[in-house]
Ligand binder design. Sequence first.
Ligand code: IVH
Length: 684
Amino acid sequence: MAKENADRAERLRRTLANYAYRYYVLNDPQISDEAYDSLFRELEQLEEAYPDLVTVDSPTQRAGAPPAEGFEKVEHPLPMLSLGNATTPEELYAWRERMLRLLPEGTALNYVVEPKIDGLTVVLHYVDGLFVLGATRGDGLFGEDITANLRTIRTLPLRIPLQERGPAAPARLIVRGEAYINKAEFVRFQRQQEELTSKRYVNPRNTAAGALRNLDPAVTAARPLDLWAYRIVLFEGEGAPEGQSHALAYLADMGFPVAVDQTKLFSDFDEVVSYCEQWADHKDGLSYEVDGLVIKVNNFGLQERLGYAGKDPRWAVAYKYPSAEATTKLLDITVEVGRTGVLTPRAVLEPIHIGGVTVSSASLHNADHIADNDFRIGDTVVIKRAGEVIPQVLRPVLELRTGDETPWSMPERCPVCDTAVVRYPGEVAYYCENAACPAQLVRRVEFFVSRAAMDIAGFGSKQAELFVKEGYIEDIADIYDLPKHRDRLLAQEGYGEKKVDNLFAALQSSKQQPASRVLTGLGIHFVGGIVAELLLEHYHSFSSLAGANVNELAAIDGIGPRIAESVSVWFAQEANQRTVARLAQAGLQLSLVPKVSEGVQPLQAKVFVITGTLPAWSREQAAAVIKEHGGKVTGSVSSKTDYLLAGERAGAKLAKAEKLGVPVLTEQALRELLGLSAALDSLG
Ligand code: IVH
């Protein structure tokens, strides 16, 4: 049995690593997300039951490390050098001349040309195929040990080779690469963060740098970091690659992400130069940011012969493009309203072609940014699109001021609903506090039904937009009145009976979501999942929370004055109070402690463990139901467990419960026991 479990765990680890590689590195998924998750859960359960089976290369260990106090210093095995630059064809030819002078006459050179990725250098150590250490570049001689953070990068192989066939890993391998955030992921992340925290993430590179050096790997894991590997720093073992193109192919074979599509081998230097010149137009189309190309002599023997000059290798050069800057007119500054009511000023620009795209508007971030730079409407402004995904408005050209420019200030009232705008002390952002502000509505609905909050299947941005547009939803609470519009909804394109019924069933079952999710879903500034739980642990219900004053709130451990202020302002709004009352009426869980039915509760002090996939409830929902009826939920099965609530694909916990003689319940059995209606309640 022990051997069987160990074998199964090993197979699961390998299989999951391969699926993740197909998905993240090759963009060629082999199985559905659900099937992947199911295998992942099986491994988690096995490891939970047999902790000895946990290995450092297990995919379950990517984000498991606790926050660190600081980073240890790591000495690099060789200095991590930098690169010299060239910006013109002449400089490229001069670089080649310098090399040829140092080599015997007639030496033929081949060149590998690669994208120069705009990220952060990372140095990855593998011993017998296992990822054991990862460091930043630091000063080139010493870096910092950021192993736990690097583990969270899903494209970084924790063990090589990924495939069992092919050559085995060398005894020691040290790889240099670049950690970065891809453009689309950055934009998505930036939007999401703006909503949640009003914190600004200016560009992918700085965001990646912050993520890599965060002391808490859980924060790093939440950043969309990615990796390109581009150099073998050290190789101990048989079959070392002999040149750069071979090394890249080797790294790709081992399972590293390598930008092979964008890499070219040349023997003719004129071709290298014209490729460099042409490539400028091409780079904006890539999914990641590059600030040029790197040209390397292919042959490692020749690289060694050429050696280094100062901190730069003689055998490589970076061809850099000047960053695209241009001037245009700032026609107007408008204000956009986000989900949490954050007001973001936007520049309306005279359209201008820059760095391959036409730019006609750009974020101005916040009022301070405008004041600090003294942007005025009518100014000629410098805008930049370097590697940047998003064009940046850099500064006004003061020399061109005529005196007709108008200074700007944040409007005192919301441009959409005319509610007075508020600014919290110490915050840069201004807010519209009106929960019913129509501009916020679609985004609020989107958030309420999202995975982070009520997790209503079949309800996303498209639905939110439609339902608001059609007037079905004017307030969050209207979401639960959607069944009233059944007939009109059925008349909409793409809304068949089945789809509509599924949606309504999902709405109905979301009513079982715990109160903390409802509170999160309301989108009160600074109240995310963790704060919501904290607040409810303290106040137990929405009604007592609503009655709390700022000082009481701020006295709670973990609740700062900003959160306290925001919560009390929110609950003081009449419109918000109405929303909460209607949600209560719809049957949502608005208290942590169940409304105590008379006498002893049915599950008084009974200890439950939940495992597997339940037919209708999520595990969290099931736990809420159990707690509501007086029971307790713990994580592992022991002789103290009273019941195991088991769904499909229950693994180790079920086996253990059976062994210990712990009674096993299905979701249906528990519903019957508690006198609850069957799953997928019929809708009245
Ligand atoms: S080779 C001795 N290749 O550019 C080898 N570097 O400006 C030197 N970089 O610190 C590095 N993409 O972080 C190399 N394909 C690539 C690269 C690359 C990005 C970065 C690297 C280095 C910086 C030098």
